[in-house]
Ligand binder design. Structure first.
Ligand code: CA
Length: 230
């Protein structure tokens, strides 16, 4: 069986070694970098199933690396390692197109779970030729870009997965837990504590709503979840 290869970019040696040990134990091949520049070069030239990316790094920071990867490859799975208290870091990472984040200090069990969920999700086929419409906005699902706009507006794969899932359940509100289960691949039983859904919904609203504070299409149903109106 071909082992999946991960790249871990982390400058704290003890954390890096711990992560390498854990993922090797779980059957991955692991490549690593302890410096931002080296991490960037490896990320752009290697062929990785997933990249774990620390934010604070010597020479080049994790946001810059994430941004450069996305310029070249919109589908590369990326999970950012952020500081627990830093909401700004989390929002920035997800805005630059990371698939998810995990806040330090993290539990190894949760990190492995998330890596496996992102990888599983990424192997599912999607309707790459489709045009998705919400309100007056049309999205080219293959190229992750809005069609009928003067300035190009790009979406992340994860954002489009959310729209697709809400659309296929558009007769009812969809809860945050359901989105975590079906879009991120996390099982409810794992009781994951994350703001990733809310942050992604806010990002989507800024892209598809004329007034993100008063959404007309991606609405909140109080106490139940989110609903996509068409
Ligand atoms: Ca660091």
């Amino acid at each position: 069986m071909c082992k999946l290869k991960l790249l871990i970019v982390e400058d704290e040696q003890a954390i890096l070694q711990g992560l390498i040990d854990v993922f090797v134990f779980h059957g991955f091949t692991v490549d690593s970098a302890a410096d931002g520049q080296q991490g960037l070069e490896k990320a752009l030239t290697g062929n990785y199933a997933l990249i774990l990316l620390d934010v604070m790094l010597p020479s080049v920071d994790g946001f810059t690396i994430c941004n450069k990867i996305r310029e070249q490859d919109k589908n590369q799975p990326i999970i950012m390692l952020t500081a627990k208290s830093s909401e700004e870091d989390i929002i920035m990472g997800l805005t630059l197109g990371a698939d998810d984040y995990i806040a330090k200090p993290f539990s190894v069990r949760e990190l492995v779970l998330r890596v496996n969920a992102v990888l599983k999700r990424n192997h599912q086929p999607s309707d790459e030729n489709a045009i998705f419409q919400v309100g007056s906005i049309q999205i080219d699902m293959a190229n992750l870009v809005q069609i009928n706009s003067d300035s190009p507006c790009y979406f992340s794969r994860r954002e489009l997965d959310i729209l697709r899932f809400l659309h296929s359940n558009s007769k009812r509100p969809v809860s945050r837990d359901e989105l975590l289960e079906h879009v991120w691949g996390y099982r409810q039983a794992d009781a994951i504590e994350t703001r990733t859904v809310d942050i992604h919904i806010a990002k989507l609203r800024r892209k598809i709503e004329s007034d993100p504070k008063q959404p007309k299409w991606l609405v909140t149903v109080r106490g139940e979840g989110y609903r996509l109106l068409r």
